[in-house]
Design a protein around this ligand. Structure first.
Ligand code: BTN
Length: 270
């Protein structure tokens, strides 16, 4: 069914009509409404669900963002999905998979909606200064290798400005706000899944260089930009010197050294 304000419903059937990936998104767990697709995908992964399974919801009542934030997930407006991964690589490489998702989302928005999306470290997908999509990567347990991981992806698609809470309105955007058009979500999700699968295979094959090059090309805060970063270790300021091969941000600091920041987020461009 097509609605003028929300486009075609995003269901397993509408997704399957556009799907081009070989594995990702072929086993779909669909919920008209759910607490958090990440919670459901973590449970499924613990119960042995194979790699590639997708949890898809039209609405989340407890959508979670990074750093204990909530992710607004109103019915029929966005893409709210979680993917089950079983990469089996050292846990230090986990950020590479959230990078993979961020690049796949930014490229899918370019390809399907001609939206000039970029990435703000580590994995916010932005248009200009406003966020259009977010990625939440989570693992359970503390093993040296990642036995199972969930990648949650939230994309703001057909939101009007007033669909966002007042306190995030000036920091959030959507495909509809940027393009002036209401669009169908299934082709966007199919493109994300195909792009994720292709890049994930390269990273798993021990070839992350191409992904890291793509990530840097999409980065909205390129080398040489002064930034402030917030994270578990507090605030830190410096000049962007790139990312290393595990996705950590490298910052040249005023004292003359280079600081490696594995987790956190850029809180300010200085
Ligand atoms: C962020 O803070 O930028 C990450 C947002 C991630 C939101 C998605 S929506 C689908 C999945 N389920 C959740 O509860 N969160 C992620």
């Amino acid at each position: 069914m097509k609605d003028a304000q929300t486009g075609e419903a995003l269901t397993p059937a509408s997704l399957q009509r556009h799907l081009r990936s070989a594995v990702f998104g072929h086993r779909i767990f669909y919920y008209p409404t759910i607490g958090s697709t990440n919670d459901r995908a973590l449970d499924l992964a613990s119960a042995g669900e194979p790699e590639g399974a997708l949890v898809l919801a039209e609405e989340q009542t407890g959508g979670r963002g990074r750093r204990q934030r909530t992710w607004e997930s109103r019915a029929s407006l966005g893409i709210y999905v979680s993917l089950v991964l079983r990469p089996g690589v050292p846990a230090t490489q986990a950020p590479l998979f959230t990078f993979t998702a961020a690049v796949a989302v930014a490229e899918a928005l370019r390809e399907t909606c001609r939206l000039p999306g970029g990435i703000k470290w580590p994995n916010d997908v932005v248009v200009g200064r406003r966020k259009v999509a977010g990625i939440l990567g989570e693992t359970r347990g503390s093993h040296p290798r990642i036995r199972e991981m969930v990648i949650g992806i939230g994309v703001n698609v057909n939101h009007a400005s007033e669909d966002f809470a007042v306190d995030v309105r000036d920091r959030a955007t959507s495909v509809r706000i940027e393009s002036g058009e209401c669009v169908d979500r299934a082709p966007i999700l199919a493109s994300i899944l195909e792009g994720f699968e292709r890049r994930y295979a390269r990273v798993l094959a021990g070839k992350p260089a191409e992904l890291l090059r793509e990530w840097e090309a999409l980065s909205v805060l390129p080398r040489g930009r002064r930034v402030a970063v917030g994270g578990p270790l507090g605030r830190c300021e410096g000049t962007v010197a790139g990312v290393d091969d595990e996705g950590a941000l490298l910052l040249d600091t005023p004292g003359g050294g280079t600081t490696r920041v594995p987790f956190g987020e850029i809180v300010e461009a200085l």
